[in-house]
Structure formats: structure tokens, C-alpha cells
Write a protein that binds this ligand. Structure first.
Ligand code: DHB
Ligand code: FE
Length: 280
């Protein structure tokens, strides 16, 4: 039986990817950011997951505004790093798991989540930067990845509660997969940041730290956060935190917090990172 053994959340700032690719991780500005991920890189060596269900958002890289799926599940054999305007990142091709993805698609549609199935999709910094942070520089990614892209680019975005319900359905779908797979679920994006308008540069450490505190056992409060509250408290791009709620819901009621990191700023963003173990 497949089992979710850990849940991981992290910010996915593109400049972190650029610093990583250009070997700037030890520079004064970047070192504190990358140091925050040393723990999880060691953790991953012992956990050795088979597959990651990676909840992130595409930033109009693979899906421009002509098509905007709310929930898009990557069912392809492979996903190439997207060209986001300055060439694709020099990182390995992401290898998928079409058989497991088909199972997830079937179970989630049975559970009333009408997904968009992506049989071809490039993956942008929302997915590849977290892979670099978790595994470092590698010739091949040591896991298969099932991308799950959530719409946070065009209103109406899915609610926090809807994302929570999707995570709960993913938990059931994974449990019903007969193959013995070690599965992790990740949520990427956030924490508070705003990239445009008069409030560009907004960061709200109080909001972010309360979010981190509540993510273990006060999730009922997080599920009620409205789109307007996300914008007001965490900036226009803080909505990316809804991906963290999918991850958390997929772990079930009780979790143990294994690791936490918070750092301001990286580029325009408050960087947050947390690792959970589900407690059955
Ligand atoms: C930044 C952060 C993001 O999450 C993103 O998608 C793009 C840019 C930033 O801080 O610059
Ligand atoms: Fe983003």
C-alpha cells in the first residue's frame, strides 16, 4: 500500500534558483537562506522517497492566461524545466509516474474534484526551485514527481477550504493505491510577498509565523482564511500558501513538526519552510 510518510512546505522564489544555478549559495546575502535547507537535504537522504506529489503553482510559464485550470494534475512521463524568459534552468528533467497519476486522477474525480489532466507540461520555478532546495545539485532527481498545479494567477482562485478538502481526498487516494510506495507531499509558494502595485515588497512576519504555528494543530483557523484576508495580510502573492494547506490536509489530523525555518527576505519574499511527519 502507498503511504504518505512526510509533508514538506517551502517558498519557491525564482532568485533562489538563479543563486543556486550560479553557485552563489555561499555569498553573504544567500548563505542564511541555503543554510536553512541543510537539515532537509540530510533528512531526504535517509527518507529516500519514491514519489513526491508536488503542489505548486505555474506562473504563466506552462499555462498562459488563455487556459487557466483550477487544479491541473501532471500525468506525463516527463516534465521539462520551463523557459521563464532567460532560458530553462540547468536542472534535470523531472520524471513523472503516469500510472500512479492515473490512479490519483481517477480517485480524485470520484471524490468530485474535476481535475485538468496535463499530458504535456513544462514545470517552472514553483516546482524546480523546491527540488533544488531538497536535493541539491544532482545529475538526476532521486524521486519521481507528480506535479499538481493550482491556479493562483487569475481570480477566482480556489478557497483555502477547497484546497484543504483536496488534500484530504489525496490522502484517501494514496492509501487506496496497491503498490508499496513511499510518498511525500509538498506544498510550495509563499510566504507573505507582493510583487506589484503600491504595496510591492510587503512582508508580514507576524502573519507568517502565526500560519506556521497553526499549521500543526490549529488548522481549522487556517481553513477559514479568505482570499481577501490573504491579500490584505500576506500580499497579493501570499495566496500561494493555499498549496501548503493541501499538503497539510493530506497528512491527516495529527502531525509531528520535525523542522522549521523562516528567513526575511529572499528577493521580495519571506522564506518559510516546514517539515511534518504524519502521526497515525
Ligand atoms: C518572487 C517570489 C515568488 O514566489 C515568485 O513566484 C516570483 C518572484 C520574488 O520574491 O521575487
Ligand atoms: Fe510564486
Amino acid at each position: 500500500m502507498a503511504k504518505i510518510t512526510a509533508g514538506i512546505a517551502t517558498s519557491h522564489v525564482p532568485a533562489i534558483g538563479a543563486a543556486f544555478d550560479m553557485d552563489k549559495t555561499q555569498e553573504e546575502y544567500w548563505k542564511p537562506v541555503f543554510d536553512g535547507y541543510e537539515w532537509v537535504k540530510e533528512f531526504q537522504k535517509t527518507e529516500d522517497p519514491d514519489v513526491v506529489i508536488l503542489c505548486y503553482n505555474d506562473h504563466a510559464s506552462a499555462m498562459m492566461l488563455d487556459v487557466v485550470p483550477t487544479f491541473a494534475l501532471g500525468c506525463a512521463e516527463e516534465f521539462e524545466p520551463a523557459d521563464e524568459g532567460w532560458g530553462a534552468r540547468p536542472v534535470p528533467t523531472v520524471v513523472g509516474d503516469p500510472v500512479f497519476a492515473s490512479h490519483l486522477a481517477e480517485q480524485l474525480v470520484i471524490d468530485e474534484f474535476d481535475l485538468t489532466l496535463m499530458n504535456h507540461m513544462d514545470v517552472d520555478h514553483g516546482l524546480t526551485v523546491p527540488l533544488s532546495l531538497m536535493f541539491g545539485k544532482v545529475p538526476e532527481w532521486p524521486v519521481r514527481v507528480i506535479p499538481l498545479a493550482i491556479n493562483v494567477t487569475q481570480f477566482p482562485t480556489p478557497s483555502a477550504e477547497r484546497c484543504w478538502q483536496l488534500g484530504a481526498a489525496i490522502r484517501d487516494a494514496v492509501k487506496s493505491y496497491p503498490a508499496g510506495l513511499n510518498v511525500q507531499i509538498w506544498g510550495t509558494g509563499g510566504m507573505s510577498h507582493q510583487l506589484q502595485g503600491p504595496r510591492a515588497g510587503l512582508i508580514n512576519p507576524e502573519f507568517d509565523n502565526a500560519f506556521l504555528d497553526k499549521l500543526s494543530d490549529r488548522t481549522d483557523e487556517l481553513r477559514k482564511i479568505t482570499r481577501l484576508e490573504f491579500v490584505r495580510e500576506s500580499g497579493t502573492e501570499g495566496i500561494e500558501l493555499i498549496m501548503w494547506l493541501i499538503m497539510r490536509a493530506a497528512l491527516g489530523d495529527k502531525v509531528e513538526e520535525l523542522h522549521r525555518f523562516y528567513h526575511v527576505p529572499a528577493s521580495n519574499t519571506a522564506v518559510g519552510h516546514i517539515v511534518f511527519r504524519p502521526v497515525d
